[in-house]
Design a protein around this ligand. Sequence first.
Ligand code: SAM
Length: 280
Amino acid sequence: MLSYRHSFHAGNHADVLKHIVQTLIIESLKEKEKPFLYLDTHAGAGCYQLTNAHATRTGEYLEGIARLWQQEEVPELILPYLEAVGELNASGELRYYPGSPLLAGKLLREQDSLVLTELHPTDFPLLRTEFSRDERARVSREDGFGQLKSKLPPPSRRGFALIDPPYELKQDYSAVVKGVVEGHKRFATGTYAIWYPVVHRQQIKRMLKELEATGIRKILQIELAVKPDSDQLGMTASGMIVINPPWKLESQMKSILPWLHKTLVPEGIGHTLVEWVVPE
Ligand code: SAM
């Protein structure tokens, strides 16, 4: 059962947070010349048209990337992310949004590599076409969680895995923890970033407890809520759980989040959080 299509949600507030964190991790890895692997376990289609029926039906990007796009002054740390979005929208009008693999493709250097997996029968061919001329990229229609076992450690012993499942299956929550354990066993120094939605807070608390119980250390939680927690249907917040974050990420996010929250949620509701789930 694969009913989730990211095209309905591309560029929403959760994508903005996820992709800013992704960009900061990649920019930190680029501080050393040595190549690194970017592993995107749940890659999606790669590029999204914001003017198509899916995006306009939900209008989610209007309360996400569109709110940043209109700003004249933005924190310097966000510039590499906005420049990558800008490259797709050279006319100045916001029409396209890069998914995580395309964003990574724009930020990575010649010596780096990408491993991208996607299962959806419609999104996989779109992703494959997007990267057909990129020799750094390996694109396959395989289970993303399994890649954490089969593709790690990278030969360069430097790498970053983005784990971004749709959570349409309840077992995705435990599959994330299992996948991270498998990856960490093989590649303990890698950076792992897990995206999560807050729909039912209890599910996230449970996933964090399971992660804590693994014994893995250096787990940082970053969250941006656009509404208070609720027992109604719908996502009120989203976050990233980052294992082995670059040392600057905590302070970078603490400096960015107040601005990001004010820009994405002008009504001033919700909250932000940067907190160690497990310290060093
Ligand atoms: N990472 C993308 C981005 O930020 O642009 C968005 C990914 S979207 C949230 C999740 C994707 O995972 C969907 O396109 C879905 O088809 C795909 N998917 C679901 N289960 C999967 C699995 N087990 N392995 C790989 N991809 C899967």
